[in-house]
Design a binder for this molecule. Structure first.
Ligand code: HSE
Length: 428
């Protein structure tokens, strides 16, 4: 196949093995779609002796740098993950004239701008549909389909593990620890779940989404982040009382002064919001734009075969561009928007307090909110132990800094028990 486009694959784990399998299954079809044959010429793996059913051993190499530096590779597919050595390998591939398809959210959320600049310099493509929300087409819609619009907010459930855990807690009334253990036994959660449950995985995806939606550089370090490990069965029950469910939401929006706010937080979302109906390990991204209005994209956010679908869509597109001598739209951010300081980021908040049940308590609490300019939307009182009551309050939109100051003052009141719980609120 002398006129074939040469494809090199870096990594043959859960995603890479499925990319190789589907590539080989579909290669004739891909040739028709591209107009030239595509040939998988090498697969770089750590251990070439490990049995890999369905993969021709002759394709395997443990010299990834040698493979991407051959000089005759058209497209390098990177599905190793992590920054090191993926970053050096991608930069080497670009320098040697290869277009790159990657699923690497950690790398792009930290070093995206450097990589896009190198690709632009060498006249090659970088595609990364699989880096955010697995199989769901969201990068291309933001990068191309919606580029004639003005996106005002992107809200997503972009981590399936945490969505599964929170839903099980909601359905079973179980604790976080119980559900995590079960999820690990079933293989839904990793043995070390930190990246998922502490929100790092979702924060990397949020940085990538915000960069594209708002045409500016947003890095992982710009994203405020809070995981789900402190969520209790009582929080889930309190969310139900205000007709909501708790989801780990990635929220990207624009403040009145044009600055960008990007955060990942466990959030009470109204049951009426479309994101409330996303079940199990599914992902969804809700885009609000000035002209198109509200759009939702949903589907499998992980898994070998669904992620391979997104990767191979990029391979076919990168191959088509090579055949025609064209490139994808540029990725260099043309705006230099500021990041909203964390204390100025706005949201609605839910607060749960235990108070002594006596005259004047509610007035004192309301005065504390008023002192910091925080307006209350609803207040609900539940009986708890003798002479005590539980208060669940929802605020109107307020600044995070004003909420923190309110909590500090509430904690000084002798009729408020220690341990005020706060969650953000989204939707009606
Ligand atoms: N661990 C992620 C999730 C998938 O649970 O959704 C890969 O980003």
């Amino acid at each position: 196949m002398s006129d074939a486009l040469k494809v090199a694959l870096l990594g043959a784990g859960t995603v890479g093995s499925q990319v190789a399998r589907v590539f080989l299954e579909q290669s004739e079809e891909f040739s028709s779609r591209v107009g030239r044959p595509l040939e998988l010429v090498g697969i770089a793996v750590k251990n070439i002796n490990k049995p890999r059913p369905g993969i021709d051993r002759a394709l395997l190499t443990d010299d990834a740098l040698g493979l991407v530096s051959r000089g005759d590779i058209d497209i390098v597919v990177e599905v190793i993950g992590g920054v090191d050595p993926a970053k050096d390998l991608i930069l080497a591939a670009v320098t040697h004239g290869a277009s790159v398809v990657t699923a690497n959210k950690a790398l792009l959320s930290e070093f995206g701008p450097e990589i896009y600049k190198a690709a632009e310099h060498h006249g090659v493509d970088i595609y990364y549909e699989a880096a955010v929300a697995g199989a769901i087409p969201i990068i291309r819609p933001l990068r191309e389909s919606l580029v004639g619009d003005e996106i005002t907010a992107v809200t997503g459930i972009v981590n399936g593990t945490t969505n599964f855990i929170l839903e099980q807690m909601t359905n079973l009334g179980s604790s976080y620890e119980e559900v995590l253990k079960e999820a690990q036994e079933l293989g839904y959660a990793e043995p070390d779940p930190t990246a998922d449950v502490e929100g790092f995985d979702a924060a990397a995806k949020a940085a990538i989404l915000a960069s594209l939606a708002f045409h500016t550089k947003v890095r992982l370090s710009d994203v405020s982040r809070e995981g789900i490990t402190a969520i209790t069965a009582a929080d889930i029950a309190a969310a139900a009382e205000v007709n909501g469910v708790i989801k780990l939401l990635a929220r990207c929006d624009v403040a009145d002064d044009g600055s960008i706010s990007v955060g990942v937080h466990p959030t009470i979302i109204s049951r009426k919001h479309p994101l409330a109906g996303i079940h199990g390990a599914y992902n969804a991204i809700f885009v609000e734009s000035r002209y198109a209005g509200r759009l939702m994209f949903m589907g499998p956010g992980a898994g070998g075969t669904p992620t391979a679908s997104a990767v191979l869509g990029d391979v076919v597109q990168a191959a088509r561009n090579r055949v025609r001598g064209t490139f994808a739209p540029g990725l260099l951010a043309y705006l230099d928007r500021k990041i909203t300081p964390a204390a100025d980021a706005k949201a609605r908040y839910f607060l749960s307090l235990q108070v002594v049940d006596q005259p004047g308590v509610l007035a004192g609490i309301a005065a504390t909110f008023a002192k910091h300019g925080v307006s209350l939307q609803s207040v609900r009182q539940n009986e708890s132990e003798a002479n005590h009551a539980g208060l669940n309050l929802v605020t109107h939109v307020a600044k995070a800094g004003d909420i923190s100051a309110t909590i500090t003052d509430l904690e000084q009141l002798d009729f408020v028990k220690p341990g005020i719980k706060t969650l953000r609120v989204e939707g009606a």
